[in-house]
Design a protein around this ligand. Structure first.
Ligand code: CO8
Length: 257
């Protein structure tokens, strides 16, 4: 796959996607949006890709939506074209998706990281929603996913002041799953993705689907949904294999069915 704004490398069962607009600190323009959507559609239908890592550069995961591209947009045009709606497709990606964040993850960059299943951050990572300093507000989850990730107090602090938080604060707040030394970021993210890719495909997809439903459903409905998926997994060969392997004290050989 060849793109203008992305580098895609297939490493075994894992696709490593690197945002590649260094001249603009990986600012997210319409080309990035279109190319990411295209890449993820391909991964979704390619059985060889079993997990994805999304990263940026050492200096910036992404410094937000492209301000130069947005600068002259008018309301009527934004509303009629449902400006930015294309980004809403990404959370529909069904396979595991890890964000590996180094440097700035600001505005749309922080929102893009939050669309991933979890975030592994380098100690150099800085997260923020600086839209308020531009006379706008977050437009792709900064006022919604951030509240669910770190709670109202911190989300309000970030959205109203536009300040950045470092990796340590982000981990403490629950935005980030792991913080690693700068040179170890990609290795750690790839290792996590490879570990997931080696597990049973149906249970991995169902685990992701069930966790995401927690954001949409009441507790009672969520628990019922989880239980039905749990029960369904007993129809898979991989459940028989996983449990037999445990009992026989050997590694499982999953077949993804
Ligand atoms: N858009 C366009 N260009 C950018 C952006 C951006 N968001 N961020 C940086 N750049 C460009 C700069 O203009 C500069 O280019 P040039 O050399 O041609 O002037 C180059 O990248 C390097 O940037 P700096 O010289 O500013 O680098 P510094 O190290 O001095 O500063 C900062 C780094 C602090 C990250 C600074 O660049 C900055 O504040 N950037 C803007 C951050 C921001 O406000 N982001 C929010 C944008 S609005 C938004 O994201 C709305 C979200 C809507 C939903 C999107 C869905 C995904």
């Amino acid at each position: 796959m060849t793109f203008e704004t992305l580098i895609v490398e297939i490493r075994g069962a894992v696709a490593l996607v690197t945002l590649n607009r260094p001249q603009a600190l990986n600012a997210l323009n319409s080309v990035v949006m279109r190319e990411l959507s295209e890449a993820f559609k391909t991964f979704d239908t390619d059985p060889a890709v079993r997990a994805v890592v999304l990263t940026g550069s050492e200096k910036a995961f992404a410094a937000g939506a492209d301000i130069k591209e947005m600068q002259h947009v008018e309301f009527a045009e934004a509303y009629s074209s449902d400006f930015l709606a294309g980004w809403a497709e990404l959370p529909n990606f069904r396979k595991p998706l890890i964000a590996a964040v180094s440097g700035f993850a600001l505005g749309g960059g922080c929102e893009l990281a939050m669309m991933c299943d979890f975030i592994i951050a380098s100690k150099t990572a800085r997260f923020g929603q600086p839209e308020i300093t531009l006379g706008i507000i977050p437009g792709m989850g900064g006022t919604q996913r951030l509240v669910r990730a770190i709670g109202k107090a911190k989300a309000m602090d970030l959205c109203l002041t536009g300040r950045m938080m470092d990796a340590e604060e982000a981990e403490r707040s629950g935005l980030v799953a792991r913080v690693v030394e700068p040179g170890k970021l990609i290795d750690e993210a790839l290792a996590a993705a490879e570990r997931i890719a080696g597990l049973s495909g149906p249970s991995v997809l169902m685990a992701k689907e069930a966790v995401n439903r927690a954001f949409e459903l009441t507790l009672a409905e969520g628990l019922r949904f989880e239980r039905r998926l749990f029960q369904a997994l007993f129809a898979t060969e991989d459940q028989k294999e996983g449990m037999a392997a445990f009992v026989e004290k050997r590694p499982p050989a999953f077949k993804n069915r």
